[in-house]
Write a new protein. Sequence first.
Length: 367
Amino acid sequence: MECLVHHVPMRDPGDVSAIFRLIDDGLISPEEIVAVFGKTEGNGCVNDFTRGYATAALSVALAKLLGIRADEVPSRVAMVMSGGTEGGLSPHFIVFAVRQREVTLEEAKSLAIGTAATQALLPEQIGRMPQVEATASAVREAVKRAAIADNSDVHWVQVKCPLLTKERIADAQSRGNTTATDDPYTSMALSRAAAALGVAVALGEVDSATLDERAIGRDFGLWSSCASASAGVELMYNEVIVLGNSSRWSSDNIIAHSVMRDAIDLPSLIDVLRGLDFTVAGQMDEIAARRIGAVLAKAEASRSGMIRGARHIMADDSDIQASRHARAFVGGMLAGVIGCTDLFVSGGAEHQGPEGGGPIAVIARRR
């Protein structure tokens, strides 16, 4: 199999015309699309409806091409929309397509993709151990579907997870249950946290036998090196996309990752790029940048309020939420090296890399 990767711009959250151009130009067919990541220009918070808008627009468009109903598309195509393109980040889609291709024994490992989803979660399960366990099961299934033989070859696990609204909290209460929190914004962090710990459990980074609900969103010494979780109001289950390298796949694409120890850990990005055979000496030139299929990163405002001994005010700003600051800050750092701004930088990195840092991955074509 061959995993094709294209990143294309969007003029607004409902604009899927660039994906149609890929199809019209014969670069991919609708039947080959297995997953789509999107960075939309909303606030990335509870009421960011640009995520649902983009999902709906893409579902309607693909339904017409696939000859199915729009509500059937999510079962065919895994869609993860991440809100927030603060600073100079550019709204865009990353389209993953799978094409049948014969693999020879001599070929090196290539980019592999696998998708899976949990069952719908009840409001009272969000941010708690049932979400951790369900995510871990879905990750294992996605790794299996990607034909990745070793967890060390998994380089990115993207999870789209639900959040709590007041209506969902009331639903749980009407059935005599309590939720992990009664604050919708806090529920985003707890849902991301449970999803990330589920990834860590599945990949053997955290021992499930030592894990309980007291650790979720609290013990940040527990983390995954390649989990990226994004919470949204548009779904009630966890969507899981695993990206890695496998000898069962054949293409020019390969993925590598590292972990940023803080928001200005530029050497981690450089290590990833050099591992992909890029020569890094300042900002990448345009020819080199064309080899890059996607840059994926998590951004987090450190809870200590410090970055290498200097104070930051991301968590003290009452006008702009901290994760929005962090996306812009990390996005600017990465863009300065890559030389472009259509980067998939997601905020809120609970248990996703060390506290104040986060995983980073690059998909690129071989030289």
